[in-house]
Ligand binder design. Structure first.
Ligand SMILES: *Cc1c(COP(=O)(O)O)cnc(C)c1O
Length: 436
């Protein structure tokens, strides 16, 4: 579900009129709904109530400290992939002892920092990394808690850039080899085996691959349990969300029964379906369960607000040139992803025309939609790029020397600026003339 609705002809996020937000904070502007994020977290938490579990929000999806703080207050743990993300969690008041530390290329400084902060577990992706962590833990006189990341070699049917659970991906340790690595880990004096981890990919829109992966590693986990003190199974994240037509039926709430029927034609996966599919194999294993959802919690909770700068007509196209670019939201260029685009001022009639919505960046890949049927848009109009809450701002760059956009968080009738728009001074901060 999300909380973006038209009231009196204007798109609102919860109780906040997005026209007002754009005037107040400028555009391009990311706007997030706190209510939506909390609702998603609580639904997942409630659906898992029968199972001993900890939801570790994947910080990389959206790492603004206001959002981390929101989830931390709700009792979430965090899945981090860098020292920088650990720093953010701490800055937001999160508990490092509820953090799982993932990533294939952890540095010495990052490992030391995570040991000092006593993270819950390192998700270890190779033997080389295991030996490295053991050595650093020894030099600090501590034990490093670890889970090996198993690559279950299942096809999650997702985009090849976000698939991680196949044998050809760089992630994890092969299923038929991982038992040997656990034996080695058990011999290492400064390694404490705590669990097993996997993560098969992102934007997965069916429940079956999740259940299949758990079922596939179950015999191995039962064998490992006899030899090692396993405390948890971490099933990773990857739950997909609706990107298309999240809005079409008006209410935008596909978790209600009415919309569920419609949603199943777009996306067969809901929190209920996901939990129903993974619960039986998880119960059979009987370990504490860690989950690392990112996109599910924040994806539909955010939009990127942009203003139309120019309309440009060529012989066979109409271009709507907006003030947001691929540097602000790179998903369409990087993953060919679809973002629904809606006018902030509600369309008065049902007329639609095919347009390309493009940004100002000097790249042909800088588009948000091509030949999309949209209501007529004019210069100065505002549009919302929907479902931009995950992998949006966090992937933004200064390409073309464009300052990073601002971010705002909405709760009920109130909005707060949670990140200032960058200035030109920010662009050159830290740069120096060469002095030889
Ligand atoms: C990216 C990532 C996640 C989160 O993925 P989502 O698709 O956003 O749920 C979780 N765990 C690991 C190890 C990841 O790399």
């Amino acid at each position: 579900m999300h909380s973006f609705r038209y009231h009196d002809g204007s798109l609102h996020c919860e109780g906040v009129n997005l026209e007002r937000a754009a005037e107040k904070y400028g555009t391009p502007l990311y706007v997030y709904s706190a209510g939506t994020i909390l609702d998603h977290y609580r639904r997942l938490d409630a659906a898992l109530s029968e199972i001993d579990h900890l939801i570790c929000y994947a910080v990389k999806a959206n790492s603004n400290r206001a959002i981390l703080s929101l989830l931390s207050r709700e009792g979430a743990g965090f899945d981090i992939v860098s020292g920088g993300e650990l720093f953010r969690v701490l800055a937001a008041g999160g508990d490092p002892r509820s953090c799982t530390f993932a990533g294939v290329g952890k540095s010495q400084e990052e490992i030391e920092y995570a040991l000092e902060q006593q993270v819950l577990s390192f998700n270890v992706e190779s033997e080389a990394e295991l030996a490295y962590i053991d050595r650093i833990a020894r030099s600090k006189g501590v034990q490093a808690p670890i889970a090996l990341r198993i690559n279950p070699d299942v096809d999650a049917g997702t985009h090849r850039y976000v698939s991680t659970g196949r044998s050809e991906n760089k992630f994890g340790i092969a299923l038929d080899y991982v038992a040997k690595v656990y034996e080695r880990a058990a011999q290492m004096p400064n390694i404490a085996i705590r669990g097993v981890q996997m993560h098969i990919g992102s934007q997965i829109t069916e429940a079956a691959p999740f259940a299949e992966a758990i079922t596939k590693i179950t015999p191995l986990i039962l064998r490992l349990r006899e030899r090692h003190p396993l405390e948890f199974l971490n099933v990773g994240g990857g739950i997909g969300i609706v990107y298309e037509s999240s809005f079409a039926s008006g209410s935008g709430d596909w978790w209600s029964e009415k919309d569920r029927v419609r949603a199943t034609t777009i996306l067969p996966l809901t929190i209920h379906d996901y939990v129903a599919a993974i619960s039986p194999p998880l119960r059979a294993i009987g370990l504490r369960v860690l989950l690392e959802p990112g996109r599910l919690l924040v994806g539909n909770a955010g939009v990127l607000l942009t203003r139309v700068r120019y309309i440009k007509r060529t012989e066979n196209k109409k271009f709507v040139i907006v003030d947001a670019g691929m540097n602000d939201l790179i998903r369409p260029a990087l993953y060919q992803s679809y973002h629904e685009i809606v006018p902030v001022r509600e369309a008065q009639d049902s007329a639609r025309e095919p347009v390309d919505v493009v940004g100002p960046v000097c790249e042909s890949g800088d588009f948000f939609a091509q030949d999309r049927e949209l209501p007529e848009m004019k210069e100065g109009d505002l549009a919302a790029l929907m479902s931009a809450g995950a992998y949006g701002f966090v992937m933004a760059s200064n390409y073309n020397s464009r300052p990073l956009p601002a971010e705002a968080l909405v709760s009920g009738e109130k909005s707060a600026l949670i990140r200032e728009r960058q200035t030109f001074d920010d662009l050159v901060r830290g740069e120096r003339d060469a002095v030889f």
